[in-house]
Design a protein around this ligand. Structure first.
Ligand code: CTP
Ligand code: MG
Length: 228
């Protein structure tokens, strides 16, 4: 593996979706969300290998899904998302320049968003994450739900994946004691890494609730129609 590796986090239970199977295995257009996400990453020329963090108990099933792809490795994920990232990064070869971390739950991130993340790292950033402006005003509240701060909306971004990092920087961030976070950039920020926000895209939304499955199905149908 040279160039960039992509870790695909797929080990979550998908409690908010409430399907009978782990969220990453829920089909969209007849194929597991995870397969869409991995296929998209495999098609990017600068990504030379993929590591999937599979749900506990599903490792062999997920391996079977990718049996024909020599560039896809499957490991068992962990209790938290950060544990899953750590398990996957542990098997990424030492010689890669950068590592992208992508949620299987974002099966339709546009290819140009992935390329822009890699471009920013090539350009010297320690990391790059796709982000879009927020629509609502965001409030920070205390334990009693009383507002303690109102960040200026124009300076806020809702961030998506893939989040890409120089490999050495991400490894250092994941080695932090008690490292746990809802995204990977937070950990890199904690080790002093400079992470740039690049333009994200609405199609990179995260499938979280049943409504999102319908939205993903509609997006896939639209993409197939436009591909003809
Ligand atoms: N994830 C993971 N390992 C975990 C938890 C989450 O690999 N222990 C992955 C999910 O599979 C998903 C991504 O991280 O692709 C983003 O997490 P989220 O959307 O929260 O997915 P789930 O944790 O599966 O959903 P929920 O929080 O509703 O249970
Ligand atoms: Mg979760």
């Amino acid at each position: 593996m040279t160039g960039y590796a992509c870790v695909v986090t797929a080990a979550g239970r998908g409690e908010r979706l409430g399907a009978e199977m782990p969220k990453a295995l829920v089909p969209i257009g007849g194929r597991a969300m995870l397969i869409h996400a991995v296929s998209l990453m495999r098609a990017r020329p600068r990504i030379s290998g993929i590591v999937v963090a599979a749900p506990v108990g599903e490792t062999e099933n997920v391996r079977a899904l990718f049996a024909d792809f020599a560039d896809v490795t499957v490991v068992t994920g962990g209790e938290s998302r950060t544990d899953s990232v750590r398990a996957a990064v542990a098997v990424v070869p030492d010689d890669v320049a950068g590592i992208l971390v992508h949620d299987a739950a974002r099966p339709f991130v546009p290819a140009h968003v992935v390329d822009t993340v890699i471009d920013a790292i090539e350009d010297g950033a320690d990391g790059a994450v796709p982000g879009i402006p927020v629509i609502d005003t965001i409030k920070e509240v205390g334990p009693d739900d009383v507002i303690v701060a109102t960040p200026r909306r124009a300076s806020l971004r809702a961030v998506q994946t893939p989040q890409g990092f120089r490999a050495d920087v991400l490894r250092a961030a994941l080695a932090l004691p008690d490292a746990d976070a809802t995204d990977d950039a937070q950990l890199v920020e904690r080790v002093g890494g400079k992470v740039r926000v690049v333009p994200g895209h609405p199609d990179a939304f995260k499938v979280t609730t049943p409504d999102d499955v319908a939205r993903a199905e509609a997006l896939l149908t639209e993409r197939i129609a436009h591909a003809d």
